[in-house]
Every structure is written in structure tokens, then in C-alpha cells.
Design a protein. Structure first.
Length: 436
């Protein structure tokens, strides 16, 4: 089984790194940050020449029809270079929705210019008041794909004109806007259930892509920090020779490699439309949301006081880490989402929920049901795991009871107890891998 990148993907990765090193160094990034223009046209035209804007778009609409793994390769290098601008919002948010919804005429009108690098777009999710908040790069967009409820029904439409207001953003390389959609022209792509399905699948794909981009940022922080530890001297020798500093760098490497594995599997899962694709995406995002932040913490700690000065690049990556942490759902959201997915799958299952790591292997429903009452009489009440809290232990025991599982549709306590016990990401990952 092949676990590495193909020769084509390796070539794409190498060319992307060479291009971004040459055309998007940190001096360019800082210049775009300080510029008042919403979009750097010169850098955008160079990216267009690389053909990256059409990686995912079908060939009939000017794209290359490649997969999400190829896009992940490019996104990782973009995250490493801290690429500013609307590439992500255009290709991963608006572009995916347009490729999955709308008529042929709409795809030729909106998707084809995106694939050819001639248009920029973004996604705005609005509420009942028709206002969208924290919309990425809205001022740079030629049109905005909008998703939200209209008269109580999920809808997706495109608008070419909408008032935008710049809002403060922690990530200086990605500007956020409020968008007023109350009186804008609407070109509808989808309504009702189909609109919701298109939006859900798009957000899964975009989240997988975001995790790849975040992994690139983690890689660059690791490189910067290790290079600094080799040259910064204290007590007559480089600080990288001190074991405490080595431990910090080793932690950064571990988290970066773990993030890369999770991100690429999530991208592969959505590309191949695997049954567990949504679970893989949530596992990756929940882990990398925390890991990118922690890698940033350790990078600044190794750098010391200069790590958060304006002249040092670490703080720019840390800002991206904090912004990406909550973008498209933070770790808590995705762990709860993952728990709901698992609960929904097992709620109507005819088999018992698998035992959690460290717990006794579960018996079949029929065997357990016959022994359930006897097994609980006079039994000393101890936690299945010595390190578990009382609440977690109760949740685990509840999960092992097929009787409770059978009646769980009317038992709110069961759902809340299981959700508490499934928050541990390592447990969730173990259960997903066992299922496959």
C-alpha cells in the first residue's frame, strides 16, 4: 500500500515551494499587510499563471480536474509561505459550491472565470436578518456566493454587489468583512434540501483543505525555530544544545507530523467520498486546531522575548494559527460533531457500541441482555478506567448497556453522557479506525 505522495504530487509540491519562495517571501507578505488594497493583482496574476486556481474545477469549465490531495499539496506550501489574499475563499469555498450546484449557464458564468484565474469570490453565510459576518476577503471578490435561510428554507445564491464593511481581524493576511445582503440581486443556485447538502459537503472539503494549509504553517514555524535554536547562543553555546529546548522542538515535530497525517487522510477521504469522510475531517480539524496553536506557543517560547516582536515572523504565523483555529469550526465544535456522527450511526445499529480503550470487551446484545440484571447485582461500583472521572465512568457503563441503547431515543441523559465520554480525541480516533 502506498502511503506517500506520487511522483506527480511530489513534483507539484516542489514547484509550489520554489514558486512561493521566489514570489511570496515574507517581505512581500508584509508589504501586502501594510497595503490598503484589498488584493495584490501582481501576485494574483502569477498564481493564475501556475494554474492553481483551476486545480479542482472540471476540465469543461477551464480547470484541471485534479483531486483534493493535489490541492492539499499546494495548500500546505501556501500555509508555509503564509500566502495572503483570496485564493482559499475563491477556490475552496465559492468554487466548490459552484461546481456542485447551479446550472450549466451559471457554471460557465461564475465557475469558469474562477478556474481560469480571472475572478475572485468568497462564501458568505447569513442568518435570518440577511447579514453575514466575518466573511473572508469580501472586498476583493467579484461576486459572493451566499448561503442561509430565506423564508425558513435553506438557499444558496450568487450576488455581484453587496455592501461590505471591514472588521478587525487577528490574522493580518486575511481580511474579514461584514456583508449586508438585505437588498442585493440574487441568482439562485439551489434551494431546500439540495442546498443544505451542497453546503455541508463544501464545508467538509474546505475544512480538509484548511487543515493542510495549517500544517504548512506548523512546518514553517518548526523550521524557523530550529534554525534559531542552532544560532542563538547562551552560556557560550547554542541554546539548541540544551535538553529543555530540544524537548520543545521535538514536541513541535511530533505535532507537525501528526497533523500532516491527519490532514492528508482527510483530503483523501473527501476526494474518494469515503463513508467516514466527515469523521476524518472533524478528527483532523479538532487535532490541528489545537496543534497549530501549541506549535506557535513553543516557537515563541524558544525565541524568547523577540518571538512576539513585530520584526520577527513568528507572531504572523501565530496570528494565522489563532484565526484558523476557529475558522470552519474549532476543536470543541468538531469533537462534538464527531460524537454526534458516531451516536447517529450507533443509535439505530443492531450491534452494541464497541468498548472504549481500556474497558472490557463488550458482549453481544443477546448474551448481554440475558446476563445484564445478574451482572449488576452486588457488583462493586468501580470506574472502568482508573483515571476516568465519575461522570466519564458512568457514561462508559451506560454505553455498554444495550438496554439503554435500545431506549436511548427518549433518554436525553444517555445522549449527554455519551457525548461527555467521546470528547477524548484519541478515543474517537481509535473507534473510527476499529470500525474500518
Amino acid at each position: 500500500m502506498q502511503f506517500g505522495l506520487t511522483e506527480t504530487q511530489e513534483t507539484l509540491k516542489k514547484s509550489a515551494r520554489e514558486f512561493l519562495n521566489a514570489e511570496c517571501p515574507m517581505t512581500t507578505v508584509r508589504g501586502i499587510i501594510e497595503s490598503a488594497a484589498p488584493f495584490d493583482a501582481a501576485l494574483g496574476s502569477k498564481i493564475k499563471a501556475q494554474g492553481w486556481t483551476g486545480l479542482l474545477a472540471p476540465e469543461e469549465y477551464g480547470g484541471h480536474g485534479m483531486g483534493m490531495v493535489e490541492m492539499a499539496v499546494v495548500l500546505e506550501e501556501m500555509g508555509r509561505a503564509l500566502l495572503p489574499g483570496p485564493f482559499f475563499s475563491t477556490t475552496l469555498l465559492a468554487g466548490i459550491i459552484l461546481s456542485r450546484g447551479g446550472s450549466e449557464q451559471q457554471k460557465n458564468k461564475y465557475l469558469k472565470p474562477i478556474a481560469e484565474g480571472d475572478a475572485r469570490a468568497t462564501l458568505a453565510q447569513f442568518g435570518a436578518d440577511r447579514r453575514a459576518h466575518f466573511v473572508t476577503e469580501a472586498a476583493a471578490a467579484d461576486f459572493i456566493v451566499c448561503a442561509g435561510p430565506i423564508d425558513g428554507e435553506p438557499c444558496i445564491f450568487v450576488t455581484t454587489s453587496a455592501p461590505t464593511t471591514l472588521t478587525p481581524s487577528l490574522d493580518l493576511t486575511r481580511r474579514l468583512y461584514d456583508v449586508d445582503l438585505r437588498s442585493t440581486p440574487m441568482d439562485f443556485l439551489a434551494r431546500g434540501r439540495s442546498a443544505q447538502e451542497i453546503l455541508d459537503s463544501t464545508l467538509d472539503i474546505a475544512t480538509a483543505g484548511l487543515t493542510a494549509e495549517m500544517t504548512g504553517g506548523m512546518q514553517r514555524l518548526l523550521e524557523i525555530t530550529v534554525a534559531y535554536a542552532k544560532t542563538r547562543k547562551q552560556f557560550g553555546r547554542p541554546i539548541g544544545q540544551f535538553q529543555a529546548v530540544q524537548h520543545l522542538c521535538a514536541d513541535m515535530l511530533l505535532m507537525t507530523e501528526s497533523a500532516r497525517s491527519a490532514a492528508y487522510y482527510a483530503c483523501y477521504a473527501v476526494q474518494e467520498q469515503l463513508p467516514n469522510a466527515s469523521e476524518a475531517v472533524s478528527i483532523a480539524k479538532s487535532y490541528i486546531s489545537d496543534a497549530y496553536r501549541e506549535v506557535g506557543n513553543r516557537a515563541i517560547q524558544v525565541h524568547g522575548g523577540m518571538g512576539f516582536t513585530w520584526e520577527n515572523d513568528c507572531h504572523l504565523y501565530y496570528r494565522r494559527a489563532k484565526a484558523s483555529e476557529i475558522a470552519l469550526g474549532d476543536a470543541i465544535y468538531h469533537r462534538e460533531r464527531l460524537a454526534r456522527i458516531i451516536l447517529d450511526k450507533h443509535k439505530h445499529s443492531t450491534t452494541a457500541i464497541p468498548a472504549m480503550p481500556g474497558c472490557r470487551a463488550q458482549q453481544s446484545h443477546k448474551e448481554h441482555a440475558g446476563k445484564n440484571a445478574v451482572a449488576h447485582q452486588g457488583r462493586k461500583k468501580t470506574s472502568p478506567r482508573r483515571t476516568a472521572t465519575n461522570a466519564q465512568a458512568a457514561a462508559m457503563r451506560t454505553a455498554q448497556s444495550p438496554t439503554t441503547l435500545r431506549d436511548s431515543t427518549s433518554d436525553a441523559n444517555f445522549n449527554s453522557a455519551i457525548l461527555q465520554s467521546y470528547i477524548d480525541i484519541s478515543t474517537i480516533d481509535h473507534r473510527c479506525r476499529n470500525k474500518n
